[in-house]
Structure formats: C-alpha cells, structure tokens
Design a protein around this ligand. Sequence first.
Ligand SMILES: Cc1cc2nc3c(=O)[nH]c(=O)nc-3n(C[C@H](O)[C@H](O)[C@H](O)COP(=O)(O)OP(=O)(O)OC[C@H]3O[C@@H](n4cnc5c(N)ncnc54)[C@H](O)[C@@H]3O)c2cc1C
Length: 440
Amino acid sequence: MLPIDALPQDDPTPGWFHTSQKRTPKPPLQGNASARFAVIGGGFTGLAAARQLAQNFPNDTVILIEGQQVGFGTSGRNAGFLIDVPHDISSPDYIGDPKIAKQILELNQTGQKILFDLVQQHNIVDAQLRHVGKYQAAVEDEGVRVLEAYRGGLEKLGQPAELIDGKDLPGIVGSHFYKKALHTPGTMLVQPSGLVKGLADSLPANVQLFEDMPITAIEYGAKTVLHHASGTVTADTLVLANNHFGTHFGFMHQRILPMFTYGSLTRPLTAEEQARIGGKDFWGIIPADPFGTTSRRTHDNRILIRNSFTFNADGRFKEGATERFRKAHRLSFERRFPDIKDVPFEYTWGGGLGMTRNGNSFFGELRPNVYGALGCNGLGTVRGTAMGTLLADLIAGKRHPLSDFLLSVEKPNMNPPEPFLSIGVNFTLRRGMANAGMEA
Ligand SMILES: Cc1cc2nc3c(=O)[nH]c(=O)nc-3n(C[C@H](O)[C@H](O)[C@H](O)COP(=O)(O)OP(=O)(O)OC[C@H]3O[C@@H](n4cnc5c(N)ncnc54)[C@H](O)[C@@H]3O)c2cc1C
C-alpha cells in the first residue's frame, strides 16, 4: 500500500469561489464502495473525464473523488481565460512548428467547445461565459517586440490577430498604462469557480461525486483500492486527474512541478469609479512577458490582478504568501489604474499549476487499468477539459487524431533531484519576476 504523502490544501480566500453561487457540496463517502471506474480530481480534467466515461459506459458507475470542494481548488482559482491559440515561448514567433501548433489549436478549441456547449446545455449562468477575445498587452519595447513577432506567427497559422495602439487602449480597458496590445478574438472568459460548480452539478446520473474526500493511500493490483478517511473505493479502472498531485501516486516523480501563482479581486467598482476609468465593461489582458501581470474586468465590475510565482514542493499553500503577494498586486493595480488606486482588494489567493519543463502534459496509460491526464501547465481550463474527454474515449476504445497526437508527444521530462530542483526553480522564478520589470 502506498500512503499519499501530500494532500491538497489551498488557502481559504479564493475570490471566485466566494463570489460565485453557493452550493451544497456532495458529502464524502462513509465506508466502502466499488465501481467500474474511479476518477481522482474534481477540476476541469476530472469533471470532463468522469462525464465522458459516464456517457461512454451508461450502464456503469463512475465514482468521482475530490479532496476539497469542487470550485475551491485550482480549477476555481485561475484567471478564467479559455484560450484557443497556442503560445510557445521557446520559439521566436511564439508558434514554432506549425504542425504541432495546429494540433494544439485544435486541442484548445475542442476544450473550449465542450465547455461552451455544456454551459448552454445546462444553463450554467454563473459561468459568466463571454466570447470576447483577449488582449495580450505590452508596456515596454521588448514586450512590443514579442507582440509583433507573435502576430506574425499567428498569421502563419491563419489565426486572426489585431495590433492595437496604446492610445486606443484606454477606451477599451480603461488604462493608459500599455504601449500596445494584440487582440485575438477566439478566447472566452469565464468565472472559473462558477463554471466548475455548474459542471459538477450537471454530471450524468451514473456519476457519483464525493467531495471533501482526500485519497490517503492506494493499492495497485488487478483492481485499484483507494483509501479515504472512513473506508475504501475499489475500481476496475482508475483515472488520475489530480494535476501535480498525481506525482504522489507513484508516477511522473519530479516531472510535474507545483508552481503557485496568485490572484486578487477588488470589491465591485462603484458607477462613479467605472466612469472614472472608462473603457468597456468586460475585458481580459494577459501579459507579453510570462512573468508579467494578467488583469480582467469581471462581469460584476471587479478588477482582477494576477502575477507572482512560488515553488511549493508539497503542492500546498504557504502561510503568509497571500499577504506578501497582495502587496505586489497592489503595486500592479495602482500602476494600471491610478485614478481608482484606493479601491481595496476583497480577496487574495494562490493556486497550484502543474508545470512541466517541456510544456507537455502526461496523457495515457500509467500502468494496466490506471490512466492519467496530468500536468496542464497554465492552460488547464481548455486543455484539461479536452484531455479528460479524450482519455475517457481512449478507455472506451475510441481513437481520435488528437489522442494520437497527445500519445505521440514527448512525456513531461525529468528534473534534477532535490535540493538542486528547489534551488534551480526558485532561481528561475526570482530571475523571471525581476526581469519582468514594468510588465509586472
Ligand atoms: C492564479 C491562476 C491563474 C490561472 N489562469 C488560467 C487561465 O486563465 N486559463 C487557464 O486555462 N488556466 C489557468 N490556470 C491554470 C489552470 O487553473 C489549471 O491548469 C487547471 O486548473 C488544471 O485543471 P486540473 O483539473 O487538471 O487540475 P486541478 O484544477 O488542480 O484539479 C485537481 C484536483 O485534484 C484534487 N486532488 C489532488 N489530490 C487529491 C487526493 N489525494 N484526493 C482527492 N482529490 C485530490 C485537488 O483538490 C484538485 O481540486 C491558472 C492557475 C492559477 C493558479
């Protein structure tokens, strides 16, 4: 039996969770249960895998297990960008090999379409989904150069992208801070916690969801036995959809790293404050520099700021981190919106990304009857949804060109052992954040 030596524990102040509709979580299982399928992880990936397994095997039960509440973990803590276009920071035009870029575009669009259709089908109003595109914005010359190169790459890929001059941006995003922005129209924006809560509450009847039920130990064999606080779940087939926590289940050791990034939400702006900044009432900006600042104006007229990274090797939040990064967020907010600089933040939180060095995820079989869709990096809303769905199809024997693509790419690659790992990652993060300059 393998004890799970790191269990999820996120900070208590995720803004999207607290400002979305309250729901009653499904209670944890008391005692033992068995089913043909078990899925661990109630984020985008696990919700998609459980839904598709249930549809592929309508006469079987799928047990979906979440260690916290649905909407409280990383899937409910992100910035809510459902991004379609690829962005490969290792390539000069940010697109790289067009064959791979096309597959990634298709993968992202598949995830987007699944989420869009589910929101319509189940009337998930609290997802606050709007198809408005995104602005990738630059403050410094280097950032502008990135946008120009990326526009060329997107053009090669046949994807629309419009460069917008800084003087036109205040009328759009209410800020004079940026020099230029690249608008790509395919992105959708959501209230991420409202969306995943809605996905959980619209699962097919043959999915049994248990929340607040961390799996604390696992036994692999002809069947897999999962241990929880008051008993076991026995499954013929297991799907690991728990992102970097999958590495504590005996797979991908040190290949998927828990990197935390942080967000803050202001209180809703008053009508007078909204008028003071101007611009459209709903937009999203991602930075030209990967260590820069993401910001959004939300459906309820709050401003979101996201930046800063830490490496939390056990995948859990660290005391004091939100207070520390709230200060960084304050500075970023005041630079962008000096006219409303006194508007306070109501929430600050962090969330763990499952990052891989080569940017690839794990997708496929980990051992007989154990499958994984793990390590979504910074784009798990759409990628996790697509991978969870495709994995459930793979288990049902349905092949798709996109699953062939995912199976063919290099797996997440190995990192050096500790203490070199922490030293190296912390150095890279500190250097990246320092070099982001005014983009942060
Ligand atoms: C601040 C922030 C901003 C981001 N912005 C974006 C964005 O705009 N767009 C985008 O696409 N992505 C974004 N991301 C990344 C995105 O949130 C992740 O890629 C996505 O959540 C991954 O989904 P997942 O379902 O694979 O994993 P997760 O959301 O991490 O879900 C895994 C679940 O497994 C559960 N779990 C773990 N171990 C156990 C166990 N032992 N027993 C039971 N349950 C367990 C956890 O509690 C967790 O809820 C952002 C992330 C952060 C933190």
